[in-house]
Design a protein around this ligand. Structure first.
Ligand SMILES: [Zn+2]
Ligand SMILES: [Zn+2]
Length: 451
């Protein structure tokens, strides 16, 4: 039984067992799983209604069910494999990965062929009608070229090395521990997440650190988080990922070209008819590529978790998984803060007092209140999130395996000690370096909401 901290108890409407009711969290029953995943339940119901509205035949539903069953089956197989493998091989090529990679290369091959044909038409047909065709082909090749994400124009606060030497040093140290290099740029934002991406042709690495997640983690869990994100590079799964990701992007451009014109004229109806077959083909290749690479993507996550444990210790990495279960709670808490701040702001405006000073104050205490709130989350809420995750299972399109399996996988192997230690002194210096960004991001959350 979870320890009861405040709140009341009430009987479960399903099985009558006594359940603990804390109005800050979802009330659910540990004995029969009543109300264990209201959000997932609601999403299911909405999907059901949507299907009803569109009048899809039962065959579609069976297909959907089969896909989910398949995803669950190979998700479970992958988990067993990863748990048994222990400190086994790193990223690995299997049949699906090879096929996916080959398809991605073929997609880029088509782009190269368009480019070559365009150049040929221009040179060969110079002065004639072929020039026009050549120009069209070249324009298509340009639109379809493999393109890496450019420097993102999101609204994160940029921290240069000179602004945050201790944070950069920590990232460098974690990167060394997982066998890769550090990052060129760090931005701090309001997402409940962290990520490292390569940008541009030179592959400059950018780390974006979501403060709502960072602030609820212990120092050692922060090391594990950085270890996971940089671990993707150490494992080499991102290098392969770039070829596939750029191919997926080119395919999306193709799909855009072939998408039927809405409310067509007679002439446009002809265009739509001509585009119908290529559209089906593009969609087929898109979903095939997606499926082929899903397994490798999920595998990459397990491997990155292993790097997280190497950097920050198995204990910290497992605790990080628990904190990842709290993203929903973090989101709910911050949204509530935003609406409270809006109320206070309106009231002070009425009093003609300094509303901006109020907002500033709300920003200042936001992170402390968030950390305190998450620290007060009772074990029964963690357990509910774990069970909800297990129920949702392996969804077909999720890039990450369910969190409870990632946690189980970490704890299955021999525990690893931390390669990087973040003591209170150093952690404090990093928090001081982040002071400006913490105030800025908090202000932005209060001003613009969570989005
Ligand atoms: Zn019950
Ligand atoms: Zn990851």
């Amino acid at each position: 039984m979870p320890t009861v901290v405040g709140g009341t108890t009430q009987p479960c409407p399903e099985c009558g067992a006594r359940i603990h009711a804390d109005d800050r969290f979802t009330v659910w029953c540990a004995a029969c799983d009543w109300n264990v995943d209201p959000k997932g339940h609601q999403q299911e119901r909405e999907k059901e209604e949507e299907r009803g509205r569109r009048g899809k035949r039962a065959g579609r539903d069976r297909l959907e069910e089969a896909r989910r069953a398949l995803a669950r089956r190979y998700g479970e197989r992958l988990h067993t494999e990863m748990a048994q493998e222990g400190a086994g091989p790193r990223a690995r090529w299997d049949g699906a990965t090879t096929l996916g990679y080959a398809i991605a290369l073929a997609v880029h091959g088509v782009t190269a062929a368009l480019l070559a044909a365009g150049v040929f038409c221009l040179v060969w047909g110079w002065g004639g009608g072929l020039v026009l065709l050549g120009a069209v082909l070249l324009a298509m090749a340009v639109a379809l070229r493999p393109r890496l994400p450019g420097p993102s124009d999101d609204d994160g606060t940029v921290l240069r090395r000179a602004d945050a030497p201790e944070l950069y040093a920590l990232v460098d140290e974690v990167a060394r521990a997982v066998g890769t290099r550090g990052v060129d740029r760090i931005t701090v934002g309001k997402e409940i997440n962290a990520s490292v991406v390569s940008q541009g042709v030179r592959g400059r690495r950018a780390l974006s650190l979501g403060l709502p997640l960072w602030e609820v983690l212990s120092p050692q869990q922060r090391v594990a988080l950085l270890g996971h994100e940089l671990g993707h590079y150490g494992n080499g799964d991102t290098r392969r990922g770039v070829v596939v990701a750029t191919a997926l992007r080119s395919l999306t451009v193709w799909r855009y070209y072939f998408t039927p014109i809405a409310r067509p004229t007679v002439g446009e109806m002809l265009v739509n008819a001509v585009c119908a077959v290529p559209l089906l083909l593009v969609q087929g290749v898109l979903s095939l590529l997606d499926h082929l690479t899903l397994r490798a993507t999920q595998r990459g996550e397990y491997l990155a978790d292993r790097e997280a444990a190497r950097a920050g210790s198995t204990e910290a990495a497992a605790a990080l998984m628990d904190q990842l279960l709290m993203t929903e709670s973090i989101d709910v808490f911050l949204r509530r803060e935003v609406s409270n701040a809006a109320l206070t702001g309106a009231r002070s405006a009425r009093r003609a007092a300094g509303a901006s000073a109020d907002t500033q104050d709300a920003g200042g205490g936001l992170w402390t209140r968030l950390a305190a709130h998450i620290a007060s989350v009772p074990e029964h809420e963690y357990e509910r999130q774990r069970r909800a995750g297990a129920r949702r299972g392996h969804s077909v399109d999720a890039t990450h395996p369910p969190t409870h399996l990632r946690r189980a996988c970490l704890l299955a192997g021999p525990p690893s000690r931390a390669a990087v230690l973040l003591d209170d002194d150093r952690s404090g210096r990093i928090t001081a370096e982040l002071a400006g960004a913490r105030a800025e991001v908090a202000r932005r959350i209060v001003r613009d909401g969570m989005g």
